[in-house]
Write a protein that binds this ligand. Structure first.
Ligand SMILES: [Zn+2]
Length: 261
């Protein structure tokens, strides 16, 4: 596993949630996603939450998706609250704050959120809760689920911020990619409703845009640790289920990767 105590303090950290991406939509696109999967395949994991709000609270609390296996010894946490009385792994980074975002801020990181789906829109008090974890947070209509160029706009905004961040300032950039969340049929020519196939098309689109973000991080010249994963999947009629915020394999199983950019 990654030794987070060798990452925090020396690496910029990039966390990307590919909102609503199903595991079985991500795997067949590995060869078509050179930016997200250039260094390896997706790992199958279980999300701690069935929809954006629940899942992201867990993530920011340090509870990332867990390996989809029964061997708890492999379920080593990257981030964990300090002094809980629980035994932790030596590679786990411990934070002394209510959440890992403010924990990274306390460790000298600038924390930035680039929102995507509606829970990051800051338009109503509820939609200011998740962005409120960060020192800086941004959302524009063009970052949202209805814009067919949302990832391009999100990445463009991130590049502007990167350009204004001194090279010696450690950065924790979180981006919630909205493109794969419904509606996503606009990414598949001729499609009139969302499906696994249109998710796959949206993922290919998002991967293509994320390449510019990774290049910009590489140009900063600092090592970058990237976490890329889905917050939950979604059902397209399996066993009668539609959507997420419900318990079904299509929702709990999510793709997960961690890699050095
Ligand atoms: Zn979500």
């Amino acid at each position: 596993m990654t030794d987070m105590n060798a990452i925090v303090g020396t690496h910029d950290i990039l966390m990307i949630t590919l909102d609503t991406l199903r595991y079985d939509a991500a795997v067949p696109e590995e060869a078509n996603c050179p930016n997200l999967c250039g260094s390896g395949p997706w790992e199958k994991r279980h999300t701690p939450g069935s929809f954006t709000y629940a899942a992201h609270h867990a993530f920011f609390g340090g509870f990332l998706p867990t390996p989809a296996n029964t061997n708890k010894a492999e379920h080593v946490r990257l981030f964990h609250s300090r002094n809980t009385g629980l035994k932790t792994h030596p590679h786990t980074w411990l934070f002394d704050t209510p959440d890992m975002v403010s924990g990274l801020a306390a460790a000298g990181y600038q924390t930035v959120c680039i929102g995507g789906v509606i829970f990051f829109s800051k338009k109503v008090p509820l939609a200011r809760v998740l962005p409120g974890y960060f020192q800086q947070s941004y959302w524009r209509m063009t970052f949202g689920v209805t814009n067919p160029r949302s990832t391009e706009h999100q990445v463009n905004h991130a590049l502007k911020l990167l350009g204004n961040t001194p090279l010696d300032q450690r950065l924790f950039l979180f981006m919630n990619v909205s493109a794969i969340h419904g509606p996503n049929h606009m990414f598949l020519p001729g499609a009139r409703k969302d499906s696994v196939d249109s998710q796959r098309a949206a993922l290919r689109y998002a991967d293509g845009e994320l390449g510019r973000l990774f290049d910009a991080f590489r140009k900063r010249g600092n090592p970058v640790f990237c976490l890329a994963f889905s917050d939950h999947g979604t059902a397209y009629g399996e066993d009668g289920y539609q959507g997420h915020r419900l318990a079904h394999d299509t929702v709990w199983n999510v793709p997960y990767r961690e890699f050095i950019v």
